[in-house]
Design a protein around this ligand. Structure first.
Ligand SMILES: [Mn+2]
Length: 254
């Protein structure tokens, strides 16, 4: 049996990322997949890219990773863009949309938000049809088994960890490492099963919460003179989103 750690939505929060990586390491898990949104929101986008590049075997592109290398109007986003190097912008540009593999007879697919876009937000309480659409094959997904749809989908984006079974399929959200909006502890998932195996076998998904030094994260943001500090402090200390819940909020991308 093999274990794979799935992390997502780091958002430049290094104390949270370090705590999660330490927990993964303490469990002797060597394979880590990142579901995107490495940058923005928190003060240390550059360090976040450096650490993700070093520790993760696969990384997919989030909405922040997609718009980050492009010119932006917002002064806040420009501040975050100025934290990273040109090489790191190129790294973000080259990230793939999804990853896929077989595990214990299940086709496991991972992407940031939906199989159609890094910007399409799907929540656990959305209508059945919308949640079922998460398993569809699209032009953007890898489709390693031709017309076969995914049995397990693991994603990020909503900063809200959950796992649910829908008509024989499993939908899992790894939550957010650096900007959780459900509990004020860093979140990640562990998949366990027989990697690469076509035949059915034992398979599990575990959602893990890791406490981290929130005061240090706030101190680092303050020292960096990061814009929208109060909104950031509020999100880290209360897990309450600063923008409008239940709709895509372009002014405050999640
Ligand atoms: Mn995000």
């Amino acid at each position: 049996m093999e274990k794979i750690a799935v992390i997502s939505d780091i958002h430049g929060n290094i104390p949270a990322l370090e705590s999660v990586l330490a927990d993964i390491n303490s469990k002797n898990i060597r394979r880590i997949i990142c579901l995107g949104d490495i940058v923005g929101k928190g003060p240390q986008s550059s360090m976040a890219i450096k650490m993700i590049e070093k520790h993760c075997e696969s990384v997919v592109r989030g909405n922040w990773d997609d718009f980050f290398p492009k010119p932006q109007e917002s002064a806040v986003i420009k501040w975050h863009q100025n934290q990273v190097t040109k090489e790191q912008m190129n790294y973000l540009k080259e990230l793939p949309f999804s990853v896929e593999f077989m595990m214990s007879g299940k086709l496991v697919r991972m992407f940031h938000a939906s199989p159609r876009s890094e910007y399409e937000r799907i929540r656990p309480g959305d209508p059945l049809e919308r949640r079922l659409s998460m398993f569809e094959n699209t032009e953007l997904t890898q489709n390693i088994s031709e017309n076969r749809e995914a049995d397990v989908v693991c994603y990020g984006d909503i900063h809200d960890a959950f796992q649910q079974h829908i008509k024989g399929k499993t939908l899992c959200n790894a939550g957010s490492v650096g900007n959780p909006l459900d509990l004020t502890q860093a979140s990640y998932a562990i998949l366990e099963g027989e990697y690469g195996q076509q035949e059915n076998g034992v398979f599990s998904i575990q959602l893990v919460r890791v406490p981290y030094d929130i005061d240090l994260s706030i101190q680092l943001a303050r020292e960096a003179e990061m814009p929208e500090l109060q909104e950031y402090i509020q999100e880290l200390t209360t897990a309450q989103y600063r923008g409008l819940k239940n709709r895509a909020d372009n002014r405050h991308p999640q």
